[in-house]
Write a protein that binds this ligand. Structure first.
Ligand code: FES
Ligand SMILES: [Fe+2]
Length: 365
């Protein structure tokens, strides 16, 4: 971890938030090698359903196959490289057909039709399937990895699956989603998420429901970093009313009923486990000083189908909290971009931040 002369952990130098060179190194070392959260599996339920995920200058097609399997492919035709998809989501028929010369691919990527190619000497369709991208699902979430030989997903993510099991995330349904465009480096967003030293000043309402000192870290290694915070009001929830919008998730018991857990799934997924719902933030880099964040509110299907179900108090509470966070992250971005900025000391109330920086720097080396 970065340290100052007296060996205290300090914030990262400004170049990590501003330099194109660092941004490009992150592309190579992190975002092209790590498992990246790209969306909910439920977005592609039926055969042919697809969505496009864009990162590192690539467009990746995530598509449900006729066999029910989920696959990912680079969005390019094997003939002359043309982009296959004209929309960012939708449903293919039985085939994915290139708009240029009408080569067609099955949903598993196999090239099945190539009009008027019969006289082309030596050409064999089986030599030209779509270029695939590693794709896995866990707890209803879809992850891809651009690396040709990625680290084993199951080994890395089994602890996550174990930890999150009681919340039954795979069964939850999307009740609401908001996308935010933020003028800040993605790491400022991650760091801000991972400490509540700022809660009394930036989130007075949140701090009222869940005091910033009632926090702990229970996972400090691997791709999963974070821990629980206590919810003060018995049976309460993190909403504008302080009440839950739904019954607690059926797999929860004991202390988990009075806690919210906050985890970074390194590098681009933030998972907030509440007693009655789960909030997921998906980060996408758009430049050294720009990030997109998609925030998803996930509820149990029984809660959603309950007459009078109204998640608005939770949506409003977290939308407000999000906006408070983004504003402070944008202010941080302006500050760390200044020639006058030098690394400052991390607080003892933000112990996760040196751990995250350390994890990040190790991945970048
Ligand atoms: S580029 Fe796709 S069929 Fe020619
Ligand atoms: Fe915050």
């Amino acid at each position: 971890m970065p340290t100052s002369a007296n060996n205290r952990a300090t914030t990262l130098p400004g170049k990590y938030y501003t330099d194109q060179e660092i941004y490009d190194r992150e592309s190579e070392k992190l975002f092209s090698r790590k498992w990246i959260y790209v969306g909910r599996e439920a977005a592609v339920k039926e055969a042919g359903d697809f969505f496009i995920h864009s990162q590192e200058g690539e467009r990746i097609i995530i598509v449900r196959g006729g066999d029910g399997g989920l696959r990912a492919f680079f969005d390019l035709c094997r003939h002359r490289g043309t982009g296959l998809c004209s929309t960012d989501e939708g449903r293919f028929g039985k085939y994915i057909t290139c708009p240029y010369h009408a080569w067609s691919y099955a949903l598993d990527g196999e090239l099945v039709s190539t009009p008027n190619m019969d006289e082309t000497e030596g050409f064999q369709k089986e030599d030209y399937p779509l270029k695939s991208v590693a794709c896995r699902t866990l707890l209803g979430a879809v992850f891809i990895n651009l690396c040709e030989d990625p680290l084993d997903f199951e080994t890395l993510f089994t602890p996550l699956a174990e930890k999150f099991r009681p919340w039954g995330i795979a069964d939850l349904r999307l009740a609401h989603q908001i996308e935010y465009d933020i003028a800040a480096n993605w790491k400022l967003i991650v760091q801000n998420y991972s400490e509540c030293y700022h809660c009394p000043t930036v989130h007075p309402a949140l701090n009222e429901l869940s005091p910033f000192r009632a926090t702990a870290n229970d996972l400090e290694e691997g791709p999963l970093l974070g821990g629980p915070m206590e919810i003060t009001r018995p049976g309460g929830g993190m909403t504008t009313t302080g009440e839950r919008c739904a019954a607690h998730l059926p797999g929860l018991e004991g202390a988990d009923l009075q806690r919210a857990y906050y985890y970074l799934v390194f590098p681009n997924m933030l998972v907030s486990l509440q007693p009655d719902f789960v909030l997921v933030h998906r980060l996408t880099r758009r430049g050294p000083a720009r990030s997109l964040v998609t925030c998803e509110w996930l509820y149990h299907p029984d809660a959603i189908s309950e007459p009078g179900f109204d998640p608005e108090p939770a949506i409003e509470f977290w939308d407000e909290t999000n906006r408070q966070d983004w504003e402070i992250c944008e202010r941080s971005q302006r500050g760390v971009s200044s020639r006058a900025y030098t690394p400052g000391p991390y607080s003892s109330l933000a112990t996760m931040l040196p751990v995250i920086d350390s994890h990040y720097l190790a991945a970048m080396s």
